[in-house]
Design a protein around this ligand. Structure first.
Ligand code: C5P
Length: 222
């Protein structure tokens, strides 16, 4: 039986992480975990419960006492299916705000590492190859032009909210700037990540390239 790897996929919003991670996981028979959904779940619950998004201790405590389940596209917090309400502009902002808090990251990173125990996982996010699994077997950093990323986000039916492409683009640029410049676990490509620009690449080609990297890892000794 072949070894079960950890595949880390990072990159900014709209780079294609979800689509690629889902397809690669399905092909390999691995679990697909969208770590961003965990930050969204915590942000959503903090908003619902009226916990200020800058209250680090309060949001950390809230995260610690929450059960978050990610099952493919379905995201539950404390058993409540929130899949359809966490991809809105308000929760984009709430997720990015709670993701800046080191104590909140500690709680979620520990859970992400636990999910990766034993391998057989494709995890997507911003810091998977740099912080969560610095020893991941395969590290991919997906990127695309700002215009293309905004275009994809505007067309993604899972995301609801602003209607014009310009509004989507400016919100996306602002969130990326936050993710790249924060002090803790900023978004950047790990030195040993394979960077793939998906701007003009068909999905199938990117999936094939990632699977090729996985195959070559499987055939090299540990
Ligand atoms: O990937 P997604 O856009 O759903 O992530 C929402 C937010 O969660 C990101 O903008 C980022 O601030 C945060 N995040 C993070 N680290 C991750 C995944 C997401 O900080 N590994």
């Amino acid at each position: 039986m072949s070894r079960k790897l950890i595949v880390a996929i990072d990159g900014p919003s709209g780079a294609g992480k979800g689509t690629i991670a889902r397809a690669v996981a399905a092909e390999l028979g691995y679990r697909h975990i969208d770590s961003g959904a965990m930050y969204r779940a915590v942000g959503w619950k903090a908003v619902r419960d009226g916990v200020p998004l800058s209250d680090e201790g309060g949001v950390r405590a809230l995260a610690e006492r929450s059960t978050i389940d990610i099952d493919g596209p379905v995201v539950r917090i404390d058993g409540v299916d929130i899949s359809r309400v966490i991809r809105t502009p308000a929760i984009d902002r709430a997720a990015t705000a709670v993701a800046r808090l080191p104590q909140v990251r500690d709680v979620l990173v520990a859970r992400q590492r636990a999910l990766g125990e034993g391998g057989g996982i494709v995890m997507e996010g911003r810091d998977i190859g740099t912080v969560v699994f610095p020893l991941a077997d395969v590290k991919i950093y997906l990127d695309a032009s700002e215009h293309e990323r905004a275009r994809r986000r505007a067309q993604d039916p899972a995301h609801t909210g602003p209607t014009t492409l310009a509004e989507v683009a400016s919100a996306l640029v602002e969130r990326d700037r936050n993710d790249r410049t924060r002090h803790v676990s900023p978004l950047y490509a790990a030195a040993d990540a394979q960077v793939i620009d998906t701007t003009d690449q068909p999905i199938a080609d990117v999936v094939r390239d990632v699977l090729g990297l996985v195959q070559s890892r499987l055939t090299t000794a540990r």
